[in-house]
Design a protein around this ligand. Structure first.
Ligand code: SF4
Ligand code: SF4
Length: 471
């Protein structure tokens, strides 16, 4: 689409979809939820804010940051982001917008406009898109160690065995391969990634390759000096916090409240964009309002809620800790209320999307605002501490086989099975209005609860209703 104005005639294109925020989590994929999903007006405003900034930038009227065109954003956002990046996809392209951060899915004309405005094309080494997948992931979780002194009772890694930790050069090689695929963000995780002496060097390497490094941490070892060095380096750092005092201990089996809050304070003082990850369980779901108020007081920017996953040690405690069906249905109204009361940006992880779908929001609004359910193998990928890749970080990755990342992304049979499952799901997902957004619910929960990762997510309210389960 060409438009002519005082700037001359330019191809402008359309922004098809906006995925807001960064991807800092161990399950990486997360969607911003809140009023924009609930209200047509607020949803349109959220999309138009990005689309308008994109349009002005392609016309040369401003830079890709907010306001004056300096490219500088809020603390830790605009600094050091480098040029706007774009990866071509069959529908057009994905633009990594620096500030406020987000991924803009644009049509072919939009991709040309971005390139004309100076966007750097990435992903030259990415293969043609496999059926049911993007040409490359948008985000990859990188487990840089399985070491961790915390020993949380619901850890997604299994207890016991020798810890795995790839060498620095191995991680650098992985980063180079992911950058050449056109991956936009990597989430450093573990284990406890801050235990690595070379973590900040690896993050710098990622930056130099054009990747945005993010981090998830318990806060252990995150000193004021480390926080200062993280400023302008990490796109976002999320600290795990599942409650306060006894509330934290009830979920994790130890009380890491002081450690987590100290880390948040240090990150805030250093100007690092920080968020909080909270794994939702029966013991903390009733305290979310109070927790949100306390986090907002401490200057937290974003609060990510995660569904408990029956993976690793978490499988042992899943039945006693996972939310009940009724509790899961309260999450959406609770998130709206927290956002309204505190102004926190709220996010649901990929596995919570079936509980969002149950509230009857317009599927197309969810899609346009970037809500994505089971993204493993489609836009999300994970590299385990032993070197192997898996659709997401809750699936055992095994040992690496030496193949290049491009080859594995294109042809791995596990990824292929997940993609086929999302493209051609069984009922009741097959006839679900949210099928494209939700992608069939959590494979890890299905594997644990019914012994078949490809089965419908047995905790999804629609799946439960179809099977006649009592609420
Ligand atoms: S299986 Fe799918 S929904 Fe579950 S954590 Fe992995 S990517 Fe997310
Ligand atoms: S029925 Fe399937 S696609 Fe629909 S919300 Fe439930 S898990 Fe998702």
């Amino acid at each position: 689409m060409a438009s002519c104005s005082g700037w001359g005639c330019r191809v402008t294109g359309r922004v098809l979809r906006v995925r807001r925020g960064r991807s800092p989590n161990c399950s990486s994929a997360g969607s911003v939820v809140g009023l924009a999903l609930a209200s047509a007006v607020a949803g349109a405003a959220a999309i138009n804010a990005f689309a308008g900034a994109f349009l002005e930038w392609t016309r040369g009227a401003r830079g890709p940051g907010p306001g004056s065109g300096s490219g500088e954003g809020e603390a830790g956002q605009g600094k050091g982001e480098g040029p706007v990046r774009i990866r071509r996809e069959g529908f057009g392209g994905i633009v990594a917008w620096p500030s406020p951060p987000g991924l803009l899915y644009v049509d072919g004309a939009g991709a040309e406009a971005a390139l004309g405005a100076g966007a750097v094309e990435v992903g030259a080494a990415a293969p043609a898109a496999a059926a049911g997948a993007l040409r490359a992931p948008t985000e990859v979780h990188l487990a840089v160690t399985s070491r961790c002194p915390a020993r949380c009772s619901a850890c997604y890694l299994p207890r016991g065995g020798a810890p795995a930790e790839p060498g620095g050069e191995e991680i650098r090689s992985a980063l180079r391969q992911l950058a050449s695929l056109g991956v936009f963000e990597v989430a450093f995780g573990g284990g406890e990634p801050v235990l690595r002496d070379d973590l900040l060097d690896l993050a710098r390497e990622a930056r130099d390759l054009g990747l945005v490094p993010n981090l998830t941490t318990s806060g252990i070892g995150l000193t004021a000096h480390a926080a200062r060095r993280m400023a302008g380096l990490f796109g976002q750092v999320n600290v795990s916090l599942d409650g306060f005092g006894a509330g934290y201990e009830a979920v994790r089996g130890w009380d890491g409240t002081r450690t987590a809050l100290a880390a948040l304070e240090r990150l805030g003082e250093a100007g690092v964009r920080a968020g909080v990850n909270t794994v939702l369980t029966r013991s903390n779901v009733g305290n979310l309002a109070d927790m949100g108020a306390a986090l907002a007081e401490r200057g937290v920017a974003e609060w990510q809620w995660l569904r408990l996953k029956p993976a690793g040690d978490g499988a042992q405690v899943y039945e006693t800790m996972a939310l009940s069906a009724d509790e899961a249905l309260t999450l959406w109204p609770r998130a709206l209320s927290v956002e309204a009361e505190t102004g926190l940006a709220m996010r649901f992880d990929c596995a919570l999307v079936p509980f969002l779908a149950a509230h009857g929001l317009p599927p197309d609004r969810l899609r346009r605002l970037g809500v994505e359910g089971c993204a493993g193998g489609h836009s999300l990928w994970s590299r385990g501490a032993s070197g192997g890749y898996a659709p997401c970080s809750f699936v055992e990755a095994g040992a690496g086989g030496g193949a290049e990342a491009a080859e594995i992304w294109a042809a791995d049979p596990v990824l292929g099975a997940w993609r086929r499952r999302a493209e051609d799901p069984p009922e009741p997902c097959a006839s679900c209005d949210y099928r494209e957004v939700c992608r069939g619910g959590c494979r890890v929960v299905a594997r644990h609860r019914v012994g078949d990762a490809m089965a419908p997510d047995p905790e999804c309210p629609r799946v439960r209703a179809a099977s006649g389960a009592a609420s």
